[in-house]
Ligand binder design. Structure first.
Ligand SMILES: [Zn+2]
Length: 154
């Protein structure tokens, strides 16, 4: 199964996505498409380089931070789901479903394992990263959420 890059790009353009030219990555790594919602929310789709892509991941974005679950498009036929994915993510943006259930302050985002990690993707608080304080490194919040399926495959 694969998604053809041209098919994905056409569907993204039709759905109101614009390509983001990032000086950080360059075109060698792939391309990023974004559809702006009510600021600061947007929807991001990432396309790896190549003609036949293994999948295209689509998720919400708050500023430059990925938030919520991932919708993974895996076939050319499933590209037709894009308008429905956009509708689902637009309705989710800014809602309590995306808040960390532990403190209801930060948001939840999908944590993806590397191939050999041996754990499944899950949704965790965006505070679950090591921060710095006077006492040294600390984890801001260790909340997790089961409110959404971490990866929805199309
Ligand atoms: Zn939290």
């Amino acid at each position: 199964m694969s998604v053809h890059c041209t098919v994905a790009k056409q569907a993204l353009t039709n759905a109101g996505f614009l390509e983001v030219k990032s000086p950080l990555f360059g075109e060698a790594l792939g391309s990023e498409y974004r559809r702006v919602l009510a600021p600061p929310w947007s929807i991001t789709a990432w396309l790896d380089t190549g003609d036949a892509l293994d999948h295209v991941d689509i998720h919400l974005q708050l500023g430059e931070q990925s938030v919520g679950n991932i919708h993974r498009v895996t076939t050319d036929a499933a590209v037709a789901d894009l308008p429905a994915i956009v509708a689902t993510l637009s309705a989710l943006a800014g809602t309590d479903t995306l808040k960390c259930p532990k403190r209801k302050v930060r948001w939840i985002a999908t944590k993806l394992p590397k191939p050999r990690d041996g754990w499944q993707p899950f949704l965790s608080c965006t505070g679950m990263r090591v921060g710095r304080s006077r006492e040294g490194k600390r984890i801001a919040c260790d909340g997790t959420s089961t409110a959404l399926q971490p990866i929805v495959t199309h």
